[in-house]
Structure formats: C-alpha cells, structure tokens
Design a protein around this ligand. Structure first.
Ligand SMILES: [Zn+2]
Length: 241
C-alpha cells in the first residue's frame, strides 16, 4: 500500500478518479514513454480491488444483524382490529412477547417498541427501527376485513432489501401454523416505509374478523405457534446471511 502510494502516478487526483470510474486510460504519450501508465494501471487495479473488497464488507455488514426491533401494533386507545372483547393490540403484544423470548433464547438482542398497553405514534416506531445498527424491524399485527371471510397470514415489505426477510418469516409462519398462505406483498405502511436503515417487515398473523381464526388465536397455544413461526423465520434468515 505504502509503495503504491509513493509510486502513485503524477496525474491529478481528478484524472485518476475519472480513470477508475470510466476504465479509460487517458494517458498522454509522455505518460506512456515514462512508464507512468504501468503505475497508473497497477494503482487502478489496486483501487478497484479495494473498492470491490469494501463493497463486499459493506454488504456483509448490512446483512449481518444481532438485534431485532419487535413492534407490536397499536396499543393504548388504539385497539386495532376488534370484535367484542378481542382486541388486536392485546394479541399483537402477547405474540411479540413470545417472539421476544424465543429470539433471546436464540442469542439475539431484542428491542420492543412497546412492552405494555400504551400507544406509540407510528413515527416513534419507525424511529426505533432506524436507531440501531445491524438490526431488523418486525411489526406484528392481526388482520381484519368486513364480512369476516378473510383468512390466512401475509407478510409485507416496502423496500426491496426487505423482501428476503419477509419471505423467510412468511414461509415459516405458514409451515408452523398451517394457516392459508396469502403471500409476501409490497405495501407502503408507515413503519416499513420509514424504516430505511434496516430491513423492515409487517406481519399480519391472521384475521380477528374471521370467527374460526379468532377462536384459534384466542388460545395461548396457537399464539405460541405463530410466535414460533415468526422467530424461526428470523433465525433462518439470519443463518442464510
Ligand atoms: Zn394492525
């Protein structure tokens, strides 16, 4: 490194950067005569190698994570989907706590945007998703549709870098619960649109409005299975990095 730096070609910084970016030698006849071209080309190769190495290091730094920000949807005055006394905010918090325990057992750090029945505005949730390095953001919700015919689980992402995380969680969630697979979808929900520093997904863990799914999700045994699906998806995603 030091030898190359000492022997670096005498051209201006700007011309060297232009050469690297365009792959054009741009050597003057005098440069060629003096052998400067050799040094320019070795310096160029070195710089390119460093750039390639830096790119891969950056990629692995982006992919590796040790922290999971879990975001149980709604809370406080915001019940989310509700039928009778079954509130989405309670289901989401209970599920997130179960996921939290499983992820901690797997050696991951877990940050909860809320651990109690409190209302957190959406910007505060996305801010938590952006606060930590080497993290992922997973928002947990339960679904609702008029008429109650909707069924199954689905996972949303906004930015393409989050697709893979969504796909892992969705696959394991379906496998673990045997609920119908509504797929991985792109949508512009606030928390996943505004969490830009880290991969971010939003999981809909079944329909509160569907009587059959509602009676299942009211049991701790079934919420435990949902939590296992989400946690296993996250761990499998981490192993695949
Ligand atoms: Zn919700």
């Amino acid at each position: 490194m030091s030898r190359v730096a000492k022997d670096d070609c005498p051209s201006s910084q700007m011309r060297r950067i232009t050469n690297v970016l365009t792959h054009q030698p741009h050597l003057t006849p005098r440069d060629r005569q003096s052998g400067v071209g050799f040094f320019c080309s070795s310096a160029r190769r070195l710089i390119l190698s460093v750039l390639v190495l830096a790119f891969f290091l950056f990629q692995s730094a982006v992919s590796a994570f040790d922290t999971v920000v879990l975001d149980p949807g709604h809370g406080g005055h915001d019940r989310g989907a509700s039928i009778g006394y079954v509130f989405e905010k309670h289901l989401a918090l209970d599920t997130a706590r179960r996921v939290e325990q499983l992820l901690k057992q797997a050696g991951l750090k877990v940050i909860m945007t809320r651990s109690r029945d409190v209302f957190i505005p959406l910007p505060g949730r996305a801010e938590a998703g952006n606060r930590y390095r080497n993290a992922i953001f997973v928002s947990l919700h339960y679904n609702y549709n008029r008429g109650g015919s909707g069924s199954g689980v689905e996972t949303y992402y906004k930015h393409s870098s989050s697709y893979s995380l969504a796909a892992y969680i969705q696959a394991y969630l379906v496998q673990r619960t045997r609920m119908s697979n509504r797929g991985v979808k792109s949508a512009s929900f606030h928390v996943i649109r505004n969490t830009t520093r880290n991969p971010a997904v939003l999981v809909e863990c079944g329909f509160v409005s569907n009587p059959t799914e509602r009676s299942r999700m009211m049991t701790g045994e079934f919420r435990a299975r949902i939590a296992e699906g989400v946690a296993q998806g996250i761990v499998a995603y981490k192993k695949a990095r």
